[in-house]
Design a protein around this ligand. Structure first.
Ligand code: NAD
Length: 490
């Protein structure tokens, strides 16, 4: 089904599309063509207030009365609805973000599995009872944290929305979700589908709008108990400040500059194509992109030339073409920012082996780019470029590799390529990152905790422990003795 261009999307509050208080609509443009795509309502503080009120009413009303088995059925029903509407959702996401539809399909499949994982994981929500001695009986209750403000970025709007919604709803919380104002379409459509499959009004509300206004108001809102944020480290730090007044519970999924370690004993026929995928997937606009490739010196020259040849063969272009491997970047402004990093790399002495110039035309395309002869202290090795640009850094030995891998403020992901399994496990312990892959490029699976060390944030998503982050533990202690306690002996 072709997506209707020019359609107007409202906010989604209390189970239905809602007009924004300001009446303001934003014209969305397809990053790959520069053509208009749709018009979307822009929320303001008053809309956030309305959404929080609806979420609070659902939390204390219909959603509170929905038993866990029914919450599980609804999450499965939403997963089914995503499958039934996959063509529309995939096209909407590919055109809104500019990313290759082959990538979007994989993300959508993961989104469906994520809802199913948390639909099943509801069965694990349980308190406990253990002996406290004497006549006292203790048991604990697991209760939803409350109304959750969830803020997602533009790079994976659909997948990030499902990462956030699924555990919150499974735990019995209600949600006010703020997508990026440039990429709200899949989240708004998902909220409509949730309403259609029977989620009660107010359980899910969506208010796209500018971060410093709408996002900040949501974080500070006294009616919100918890904030789950995915975005840049700079915004994450601002959110910590804003959330501190209300002692809000926080999950922060932030930036990365993840290393990909290639030892000379690795199977390069596997390591090279996988390393190419690990940076250029989603045009490098991934938090966990392995943007620093560390290569053991004896293999360095061969690796750089084979990696660069492979990168240059990637098919760049129309996001809707199923053969496309690298779509456009999110905007021409972002493309120029990415190019600025490449120029900075050149100035610092890096060699541009392939790519390095923006593609002509209206779309925000940038070719897969390889910067070689990079030192880890360079700006291009330390800062998140968030585009299809890899830095290739030589190392001496295992100790040197671990040192360089950790010599960055982030710690989201790392991949190790080696023919020595014991070395893989040693490095998994040494590297400060939330996830370490050994001879395997993939990063995120429903059921496996995902999140950061250091300035990549804290809290884990996708895992069973995520449910706990949306639950409070209440201890109940009861006397079973017929005698009064009378502690003062009165
Ligand atoms: P960003 O921090 O600029 O924006 C993210 C979201 O926060 C947007 O919805 C934005 O509107 C909102 N926002 C901005 N300022 C705000 C404020 N003051 N208060 C409340 N909300 C505010 O990030 P971005 O550039 O859109 O996204 C890219 C970043 O996200 C990269 O750094 C990337 O690494 C990170 N990211 C991390 C993960 C992860 O799981 N760790 C996943 C995807 C993206």
């Amino acid at each position: 089904m072709a997506v209707a261009t020019g359609r107007e999307y409202g906010l989604f509050i209390n189970g239905e599309p809602a007009e924004p208080a300001s009446g303001e609509l934003r014209e969305l443009v397809e990053p790959a063509t520069g053509e208009p795509l749709a018009k979307v309502a822009v929320a303001n503080e008053a809309d956030v207030d309305r959404a929080v009120e609806a979420a609070r009413a659902a939390l204390e009303g219909d959603w509170a009365k929905t038993p866990p088995t029914e919450r599980s059925r609804l999450l499965h029903a939403l997963a089914d609805a995503l499958v039934a509407n996959r063509k529309e959702l995939a096209e909407l996401e590919a055109r809104n973000v500019g990313k290759a539809i082959s990538s979007v399909k994989a993300e959508l499949a993961q989104a469906v599995e994520n809802f199913r994982f948390y639909a099943s994981a509801i069965a694990s929500i349980a308190g406990r009872s253990n002996p406290v001695g004497g006549s006292l009986l203790f048991y604990s209750l697991k209760e939803p944290v409350g109304v959750c403000g969830q803020i997602v970025p533009w790079n994976y709007p659909l997948m990030m929305t499902t990462w956030k919604l699924a555990p919150a709803l499974a735990a019995g919380c209600t949600v006010v979700l703020k997508p990026d104002s440039a990429t709200p379409l899949s989240a708004l459509r998902m909220a409509e589908l949730a309403g259609e499959v029977g989620f009660p009004p107010g359980a899910i509300n969506v208010v796209p709008g500018p971060g410093p206004v709408v996002g900040a108001h949501l974080v500070r809102h006294p009616g919100v108990e918890k904030i789950a944020f995915t975005g840049s480290t700079a915004t994450g730090s601002e959110i910590m400040r804003l959330a501190s007044d209300g002692i809000k519970r926080l999950i922060l999924e932030l930036g990365g500059k993840s290393p990909n370690l290639v030892f000379a004993d690795a199977n390069l026929d596997d390591a090279i194509p996988s390393s190419v995928w690990s940076i250029y997937y989603s045009a490098g606009q991934s938090c966990e992109a392995r943007s620093r490739v560390l290569v053991e010196k004896p293999a360095y020259d061969d690796f750089v030339s084979r990696f660069s040849e492979a990168a240059a063969t990637l098919k760049l272009g129309d996001p809707l073409d199923p053969e496309t491997q690298v779509g456009s970047l999110i905007s021409t402004e972002h493309r120029d920012r990415v190019h600025g990093y490449v120029e900075a790399g050149r100035d610092e002495g890096a060699e541009v082996v392939t790519g390095g110039e923006a593609t002509e035309g209206k779309g925000a395309f940038y070719p897969p780019t390889v910067l070689a002869q990079v030192d880890n202290s360079m700006k291009v090795a330390q800062e998140e470029i968030f585009g299809p640009v890899v830095t290739v850094i030589p190392f001496e030995d295992e100790k040197d590799a671990a040192r360089i891998a950790n010599d960055v403020r982030y710690g989201l992901m790392a991949t190790v390529w080696t023919g020595d399994p014991a070395r893989g496990h040693r490095l998994a312990r040494r590297i400060k990152a939330g996830t370490v892959g050994i001879n395997m490029p993939y990063t995120a699976f429903p059921g496996i905790p995902f999140g950061g060390y250091k300035q990549s944030g804290f809290g884990r998503e996708l895992g069973l422990e995520t449910l706990d982050a949306y639950l409070e533990t209440k201890s109940v202690i009861v006397s079973t003795s017929p005698k009064p306690f009378n502690p003062f002996g009165l």
